[in-house]
Design a protein around this ligand. Structure first.
Ligand SMILES: [Zn+2]
Length: 263
């Protein structure tokens, strides 16, 4: 090869010359890389088999149920808990039968499911010890009583000149249909103070919001959650769910519907 030819060597040839010059170093580096990759792959295969957690996640092969819920098509059927404390009662989950449990009568004649009575009493004792004067305004009520309450509310709105249909819609913001309120199973209480004025009632609710979970109660209808509960904010309504569920619900600021996964 003459000088003239060497000057005109194409790129490919120059590359080969370069490899000839640095070939050993390049080859050594390639072997090191291959070894590292090979060992890593081998170790991975040894511990995880062919499907390492990483590769499973990246292929997107999620379980079928998960895929469906993401697509919003899954119609999960809500199953009521076998635990009496966690029975869900709302417009979508009406009661299946009339209450047939045991009731305990309170100081002013209101009644509650006897199973919630000990914790309710402990809570009220504690409040009284701290200078508050709580009073249960409403406990258990029958479906018939609930119907009367709703009818009266409808009449009240009709008295303001609303049509029956309008009045019914407005009334349902305050009173539930018979069979759709947990008052009918006696495991909730509407609480106020002895005197019923704003200041003392507010003091009771404030104390209960902070402490009711310790006694197994939750604030059932928080303001701002009506889209989930179907009931306007009711600062006076507390529901018994047992201490474990109550702590979680109150700490997380969620509703019973969310806790039970019934949305
Ligand atoms: Zn209530």
């Amino acid at each position: 090869m003459g000088d003239k030819q060497r000057q005109r060597e194409p790129f490919r040839v120059r590359l080969i010359i370069g490899l000839r010059t640095y070939g050993k170093e390049v080859l050594a580096a390639a072997i090191v890389v291959a070894l590292v990759v090979g060992v890593a792959f081998g170790v991975n295969k040894f511990f995880y088999g062919f499907d390492s957690p990483l590769s499973t996640a990246s292929t997107g092969s999620a379980p079928a149920a998960d895929r469906e819920s993401k697509g919003g098509r899954a119609e999960k059927k809500f199953v009521q808990s076998k635990d009496w404390k966690l029975i869900l009662v709302n417009a979508d989950h009406p009661l299946e039968g009339a209450f047939d449990g045991e009731l305990t009568e309170l100081r002013y004649g209101e009644r509650v499911d006897s199973r919630i009575y000990p914790d309710l009493q402990r809570m009220f004792d504690q409040m009284r010890e701290e200078g508050l004067s709580p009073r249960v305004m409403q406990g258990y009520r029958t479906g018939e009583e609930q119907k009367k309450r709703l009818d009266n509310k409808i009449k009240e709105y009709m008295g303001y000149g609303k049509s029956r249909e309008e009045a019914r819609e407005l009334a349902l913001q305050w009173e539930q249909e018979p069979g759709t309120t947990e008052h009918e199973i006696g495991i909730c209480v509407d609480v106020s103070s002895e005197t019923g004025d704003n200041e003392t009632a507010n003091a009771v609710w404030k104390w209960m919001d902070a402490n009711c979970a310790q006694f197994g109660f939750i604030k059932r209808y928080p303001t701002g959650k009506s889209a989930i509960t179907g009931v306007k904010g009711e600062p006076w309504h507390y529901r018994y769910v047992g201490e474990e569920a109550a702590q979680e619900i109150m700490e997380q600021g969620i509703t019973l519907e969310e806790y039970l996964g019934a949305l």
